[in-house]
Write a protein that binds this ligand. Structure first.
Ligand SMILES: *Cc1c(COP(=O)(O)O)cnc(C)c1O
Length: 431
């Protein structure tokens, strides 16, 4: 399988190179040259086995092909339960994607990608993953990079835009992981990362590579677990379930669309945003206009210029058919409260947008098929928002509790390419 740029102006390349580059030389994002087609997969196997089978066509002909079973075993070693959060609404399932070491679905992509990089890189000249984060990605990448030898990680996060717990888990990882606190917002962080990759000298000198959801290596595992969950529900019910996906940078959302385009048993897809209205406006008007991001209580979704839109518009119109729902902060809060009162189930602010989108479905759409709402983060990560709403304490799961006892460290940098370049220089001098 070869990978080509969304902008059509870069040579086709193999998977390892596409992952290694992150962004294509022409500034576009990589996609497979043709849609991988699959026969029937067995929904009863483990997620690691499912993913090995589903992702095999992406790896065909690549040096990592023989490693795929091990990569999947390493990346998918925690559960992804499909639960019924409210017994009075059996048609609603929550796909809990937060049982990994940093409590959010970003663990899947980060662990998968870093497992690949560690097999692509060379310990004598390690790759450096440069990642901009609006919250969960950095922690997941830091955790996935800690202790590796052929790959290190540099994490950029926006000052004052992440929760106290998120900040802790961005800054608590040992070598070869580094956290940079940027004086700006998430879009600034993302702009800096893009600018650094665009500078060939910088990028080469520091062997930079990306782990944002623009990297094809993050999208693949997301496609796999969404398809696996849909297939499980499909085999039980005989109906393709609808998927409801909280979305920001459109990584998770695009993965759902692509998995469906590949023939996975996925019905209608609802993408849910917070008050960042770029996608909703596009869907309504047909015109795409990036905006500055707006800060919300679902901050991992605070994106005004979703990078993966560039991939989405590559799909045929029927492949990218979606419903888009927008949920503002007040509605997130009342949804968290209402669900907790009704069933005791606690949704994090991001996942609550999916619960709200389910509540907005017409009774007809709800009775047609089961719906799977993605629960993207553990509510403990947003305890400062959720606990006052529900009037109860949320117990940390063991993995998150372990993070609380770690030491933290970070370095502040201005939101300029020069600021980032100097920080990278300092790292080179240090090591
Ligand atoms: C990243 C994230 C999202 C949004 O995912 P995208 O891939 O950026 O669309 C939603 N919820 C949580 C908890 C996240 O960390």
């Amino acid at each position: 399988m070869k990978f080509v740029s969304t902008r059509g102006d870069s040579p086709a390349t193999g998977l390892s190179q596409a992952m290694r580059h992150g962004v294509a030389p022409d500034g576009g994002l990589y996609l497979p040259e043709s849609l991988p087609r699959l026969g029937a997969l067995d929904p009863a196997v483990s997620l690691a086995h499912w993913s090995t089978a589903m992702l095999a066509p992406f790896f065909e002909g690549d040096v990592l092909a023989a490693e795929l079973p091990d990569i999947c075993a390493e990346a998918f070693d925690f559960p992804t339960p499909l639960v019924a959060p409210d017994p009075s609404r059996p048609g609603l399932r929550a796909l809990e994607l937060f049982h990994g070491p940093t409590g959010a679905f970003k663990d899947f992509g980060a662990r998968f990608l870093l497992a690949c990089f560690d097999r692509i890189g060379d310990p004598a000249e390690p790759l450096n993953v440069l990642v901009a984060t609006s919250g969960d990605t950095g922690g997941a990448v830091g955790c996935a990079a800690e202790g590796r030898s052929a790959v290190s990680a540099t994490i950029l996060y926006p000052r004052g835009r992440v929760s106290a717990f998120q900040e802790r888990q961005l800054t608590c990882w040992a070598e070869p992981v580094r956290a940079l606190e940027v004086e700006g917002d998430f879009d600034d962080c993302q702009r800096l990362v893009k600018a650094a990759f665009a500078r060939a000298d910088l990028s080469r000198a520091h062997r930079l590579t990306s782990a944002n959801s623009i990297n094809i290596g993050r999208l693949m595992p997301q496609m796999a677990y969404l398809a696996a969950a849909a297939a499980r529900v499909h085999s039980e019910s005989g109906v393709k379930p609808g998927l409801i996906i909280p979305t920001g940078n459109l990584g998770h959302g695009f993965a759902a669309l692509y998995a469906r385009a590949m023939g996975m048993p996925i019905g209608p897809i609802v993408l849910v945003t917070n008050s960042n209205r770029t996608l909703a406006d596009w869907h309504r008007s047909g015109d795409y206009a990036a905006r500055a991001s707006v800060a919300t209580i679902a901050n991992a979704m605070d994106v005004g210029a979703p990078s993966n839109f560039e991939r989405l518009i590559q799909l045929d119109p029927d492949q990218r058919e979606v419903d888009i729902q927008m949920v503002d902060d007040d509605t997130i809060r009342s949804r968290v409260v209402e669900e907790y009162r009704a069933s005791g189930y606690i949704w994090c602010p991001h996942s609550a947008t999916a619960a709200e989108a389910y509540a907005r479905l017409s009774p007809e759409r709800r009775s047609e098929r089961p719906w799977v709402a993605c629960a993207t983060a553990h509510p403990y990560k947003f305890a400062d928002i959720v606990e006052p709403l529900i009037g109860a304490k949320i117990a940390p799961p063991p993995a998150l509790e372990a993070i609380l006892s770690r030491e933290t460290r970070s370095e502040a940098i201005p939101a300029t390419l020069q600021g980032l370049a100097s920080a990278l220089e300092r790292q080179t001098v240090l090591t």
